[in-house]
Design a protein. Structure first.
Length: 406
């Protein structure tokens, strides 16, 4: 009966439902796991220590993305690689609450163990997005609508765990996150394997030539923008708990804050295809960065309570949804046809590099400057990234003229 039903449906419908389930449950589980930072803060982690921890984790994530990317290409299956990382990353994450937290060596233990599990967890989101993007491109599915399932269930998960925290405690939320990830692993098992993107010539495998990509000045300029932009993002996200504490907001409501922001990602994600038809992707990226920077400006000048923080994070949610629906497409526009995957990989690597810099420097600056001045600085960093990106448009025009002339 089920087989007859799926035969009547468009071939892409079962795949779309599977991808929505995979992304939705994955982000639902990640919402529960967002209390890791609260758990560490309750055990003596300062902003500087959290910055060091996140920086080391970002460094491990760079190696993780590169390693599992090569594994995926070698075995010809991004699906199997995703299942491996989800399974091992989730199992190791569930061990965190079991680690001794009150011993003299506990801080050092966390500084070693948490980045180490990023060998697997550092690639989970990238591989999940990889499966989604490649299947959407191959089958003509609406990326924004499917990806919005992740934002919807992240919102639901954030609200649910916030209501459960008074009863189960912050420590148990980490166990629950691992438990909720099991259905996502099952969705991954039954997901569609994207076609291999490895191109072969008559003599064997085609040699990858990255010169056209790194001779593309507009793409290089966008990588510079990405470094500045993601440095600001890492500063904004890594120290928001310390900002909440500084203004007297209840950090146990952190998942409500995250859920509310995720809720406002949805409108721009759903209409991302229509927006890209009406506006160039680069202008959507500028709009996204502007909204996210506006949140930091309002935090610095006006935030005085949890409810004011919630109100101002609306800007970040809208901006992040707009960025998710436009940035990767802009990368694809700039990259040569046979180097689009490599262009995405370098873009993701730049995100991790910025995470290292932003967390290391951001933690020290937060402790030295205080919450308000720190977020004002982050606003100016967003603004500077926009100016750099806008200046790169001339490089894009020159590249287009050269391509037309040749």
């Amino acid at each position: 009966m089920k087989r007859r039903l799926f035969r009547r449906l468009s071939p892409g419908v079962p795949v779309a439902l599977n991808l929505a389930g995979l992304n939705g449950i994955y982000w639902f589980a990640m919402a529960f796991g967002s209390y890791q930072a609260v758990y560490l803060q309750s055990h003596g982690f300062t902003a500087s220590l959290m910055g060091v921890l996140n920086a080391i984790g970002s460094a491990v994530s760079i190696a993780s993305v590169a390693f599992w990317g090569m594994v995926s290409d070698k075995i010809g299956s991004v699906k199997k690689t995703l299942i491996t990382c989800l399974t091992l990353g989730t199992a190791l994450f569930a061990v965190i609450p079991l680690l001794p937290a009150d011993r003299p060596y506990s801080l050092l233990l966390f500084l070693i163990y948490l980045p180490a599990i990023n060998i697997f967890r550092g690639s989970m989101t990238n591989l999940t997005d990889n499966v989604l993007v490649r299947n959407c491109n191959e089958l003509g599915l609406n990326f924004g609508v499917i990806r919005s399932a992740g934002s919807i269930l992240y919102t639901a998960g954030g609200v649910l765990i916030a209501s459960l925290i008074p009863f189960v405690g912050v420590r148990s939320s980490l166990f629950l996150s691992a438990l909720c990830m099991i259905p996502a692993i099952l969705f991954a098992v039954f997901s569609r394997e994207p076609r291999s993107q490895v191109q072969k010539s008559e003599g064997g495998k085609k040699k990858l030539d990255l010169k056209p990509l790194f001779h593309n000045r507009a793409y290089l300029a966008f990588l510079v923008f990405a470094f500045l932009f993601y440095t600001a993002c890492s500063c904004e996200g890594s120290f928001i708990l310390f900002f909440m504490k500084a203004v007297g907001a209840d950090t146990d409501k952190f998942s409500l804050f995250s859920a509310y922001r995720a809720l406002f990602e949805i409108p721009f994600l759903i209409f991302s295809v229509r927006l890209r038809k009406r506006f160039p992707a680069k202008y959507l990226v500028i709009g996204a960065a502007s909204l996210m920077g506006l949140e930091c400006l309002c935090f610095s000048l006006f935030a005085r309570s949890f409810f004011s923080i919630i109100a101002f994070c609306t800007f970040f949610g809208l901006g992040n949804g707009l960025f998710l629906g436009s940035a990767l497409h802009y990368v694809y526009e700039l990259a040569p046809q046979d180097l689009k995957a490599s262009a995405q990989a370098f873009f993701v690597a730049m995100q991790s590099i910025a995470g290292i810099f932003g967390n290391l420097v951001g933690g020290m600056l937060f402790d030295a400057m205080g919450a308000k001045f720190f977020y004002l600085l982050v606003f100016f960093l967003y603004l500077f990234s926009i100016l750099v990106f806008t200046a790169s448009f001339r490089l894009e025009k020159r590249g287009a003229k050269k391509a037309a002339a040749s």
